[in-house]
Design a protein. Structure first.
Length: 279
């Protein structure tokens, strides 16, 4: 009870701070330019997660970028589902052949497009769509305080997902097997705030042909956004993967043992921003 109250107050204060920043800068200021270790990036000044860290600390997610760079070569083709504003995509593209990036939030997509221009990123192709099991129109909420937390409208829309009163819009979603027909990727990264399950349903061919899958694993997203069990989630992981790395625990397991670990993490509501499946 006390923990829930703490987070509710925390979310309230973040929203209040974001609103204050917007009021001070004025509604006409849509982005500020940051020269960071991730690249020269336009960020939303109201964003108190990725944007805040880039503005105040000069970097974001460098450990994850290092891990990914160790899994690719200059010949690798990479698919990133959930590209946000490009803070991860742009530095990765410097170390591989090409990147295809998917971003559903139109505001984030516009910043992503700007950031590709600012960094002369010519080997990145971007698409403003959502990934799903089929071609459809979905309800999508655009969070501001944590724009990277924007997502398909959750089936159980808890306060943690709507504390900043996000605008809900219609977004076109596609099966990526159909939308990216004829494309093959060495590494696939999926981080779409609980919609990973729906995306994987439409990516059977892509996933069966890749060497590495990095995917967000957050139990509260699986339970509330997708409303699926850990068993349903794991059923979509291709069988050719033999190893599972859990970075938050600094552990590497055979997939069958790793699956047991994920079930325990699910029950304990313990997550990881990017578990890694490899051959």
């Amino acid at each position: 009870m006390l923990k829930a109250l703490f987070w509710r107050i925390n979310f309230f204060l973040k929203n209040r701070k974001s609103t204050k920043i917007n009021r001070q800068l004025g509604n006409g200021v849509k982005s500020v330019i940051v020269d960071s270790k991730n690249g020269i990036l336009a960020v939303d000044p109201r964003d108190l997660e990725v944007g805040f860290k880039l503005r105040n600390y000069g970097s974001y997610g460098l450990e994850e970028i290092t891990r990914i760079n160790q899994l690719i070569t200059s010949k690798s083709n990479v698919l990133v589902v959930g590209a946000h504003i490009g803070s991860l995509v742009i530095p990765i593209a410097n170390n591989c052949n090409k990147v295809v990036a998917i971003e559903a939030n139109p505001n984030n997509f516009n910043l992503l497009k700007t950031n590709l221009y600012l960094n002369n990123s010519e080997n990145i192709t971007i698409h403003n769509i959502a990934a799903s099991s089929k071609q459809e129109t979905i309800k999508f909420q655009m969070n501001v305080v944590n724009s990277g937390g924007s997502k398909r409208l959750p089936k159980n829309n808890e306060y943690m997902y709507r504390y900043d009163n996000p605008e809900v819009i219609d977004v076109q979603a596609h099966s990526l097997d159909e939308y990216l027909d004829e494309e093959n990727f060495d590494l696939v990264l999926i981080d779409i705030e609980g919609s990973e399950y729906f995306a994987m349903q439409g990516m059977e061919k892509i996933l069966s042909n890749c060497n590495t899958l990095i995917i967000e694993f957050l139990p509260h997203h699986l339970k509330n956004v997708a409303d699926v069990s850990v068993e349903q989630f794991l059923s979509l992981i291709p069988k050719h993967f033999t190893k599972l790395t859990i970075p938050s625990k600094n552990e590497i397991h055979p997939v069958d043992i790793g699956g047991v670990m994920l079930k325990q993490m699910y029950n304990d509501n313990e997550g990881d921003d990017g578990i890694i499946f490899t051959k």
